[in-house]
Design a protein around this ligand. Sequence first.
Ligand code: SF4
Length: 465
Amino acid sequence: MPERPYIYYDFTLSICSTCLRRVDAKIVFEDEKVYMLKVCPKHGREKVLIATDIEYYKNCRNYAKRSEMPLRFNTATHYGCPYDCGLCADHEQHSCLTVIEVTDRCNLTCPTCYAMSSPHYGRHRTLEEIEQMLNVVVRNEGEPDVIQLSGGEPTVHPQFFEILDIAKTKPIRHLMLNTNGIRIAKDEAFVERLASYMPDFEIYLQFDSFEQEALEKLRGEDLRWVREKAIEHLNKYNLSTTLVVTLQKGVNTHEIGKIIEYALKQRCVRGVTFQPTQQAGRLENYNEATERYTMTEVRSAILEQTDVFNHNDLIPVPCNPDALVMGYALKLGEQVFPLTRMINPDDLLDNSKNTIVYEQDEQLKLHLLNMFSTGNSVDKAKEHLKSIMCCLPEIDAPNLGYDNLFRVIIMNFIDAQNFDVRAIKKSCVHIVNKDMKIIPFETMNLFYRDDKIEYLNQLRNEIPV
Ligand code: SF4
C-alpha cells in the first residue's frame, strides 16, 4: 500500500497565517522533525516546522500538571479560542507573569518590535490608567507572581518613578522592568535610584548580540556601547538583571553560548532568556524562510555552544511546557553547578513531593545542604531547592541569595505560523490591554492590539454563535 511520507502524531486547531481564521491542523513527524500541516479554504496549504527534536517535543506532554487558575476570569467563552481572550473561562493557566505597558513610545524604532513602538507612536498611559491596570492583575491573582513594566520603553515615561512607587504599594511578589538599557547606560544616578527598589525588583535587559551587524539588523542601531555601559552600571549596584535575547537564525544564534558565558561572569546577572522572534508587529529585516528559529533549535544550540548544561538540565516548565524551557544553576564564586538535573521530573509535577535525585555529585550535595539549610536538614534543603524550580524562584535559605542563582529560560511565543489552540490555552505570560482585559502575550500581538481589533471583530462576526 502507498504510505504517507510522515508519521501522523496529533491533531489540533490552528489559524491560517494569512487570514487568521481557525483551521484544522495535523502534527506530523517527518525527516526527524515535527511539522504542522494545515489547510485554509481560501489561502491553501501550510507546512510549518514546529520542532527539530521529536523526543523533546513528545516529552513536553509528560510535564503537564494541573492547571492553576486565576481567582476570576474576565470574559465569557463565546466565539471559541483564540477569539475570547480576556482571560476567558476556558484558559488553562493563571498569569505567571503579567506585562503592563506603561507607554507606547520608545527611544528606538527597532526593525523587530512586536509592539510597533517608536518615539512618536501612541501615547503614555496616565498614572490612573496604570494603577487601574495593576489593580486588575491584583484582582485576578491576589498576589501576582511577577509584574513586568514594559512599553514601548517604560523609562521614557515622564512619571516613571511615580509608576514604580505605585507598583510597590501593591502586593506584587516580584517587579520587573523591561528595558532597552539606553537610560541605564546613560544615567548612573538613574540606576542608583532604581537599586533602591530592590529586593524583589529586577531588570529585564534587551541584550541581543555583541556584534554591530546583528544589532543594526534587529535594533536599527549599533548598541554595543549601551550594553557595555548598562552592565557596568548594573554590576556596580548589583541590580538583579536578566539578559533577554531575541533570536533570529543566522543573525545572532551563533552567540548563544557566548552570551551565557558572559552572563555567568557578571555580578548583576541572574540569568538569560532566549526568545525566538514571534512573527508579529513590526518585522522589517526578517526573512521567514531562513531566519525562523524553533524552541528546540535554541535548546540544541545551548547544549552545543556551552559546557554548562546537559540534556537533563534543560527541561519543559510544567505550567506551559510547549512554550517554556528552563535550566537552573547555582553560582558559587567562579563555580557553576547545574541544578535542574537534581530534580526528579515526577516530583516537579506533584506539589506534595520533595524528592531530589542526589546521585550525580557528592560535592554538589554538600554545597546544597550547606546553602539551603540551617542545620543540615535534608528535608529543608529539598524543599528550598524545589521552590526555585518554577517561574518565580523563592530563595529562603540562610546561606543563599538570589545572587547565587542562575537560570536559562527559552520562551517560545507562538505566532500565526505555529499557532496551536491546545498550547495557547496554557499561555502564562499575559498583557493587560487598554480595556483592562488580561490577554495572553501571543494572542495580544496577533488579534488584540489597537490596529487589529477591527479585523478581530470581523472574524468574530463570521462565527455562528
Ligand atoms: S487563549 Fe485563553 S483566554 Fe484567549 S480565548 Fe483561548 S482560552 Fe480564552
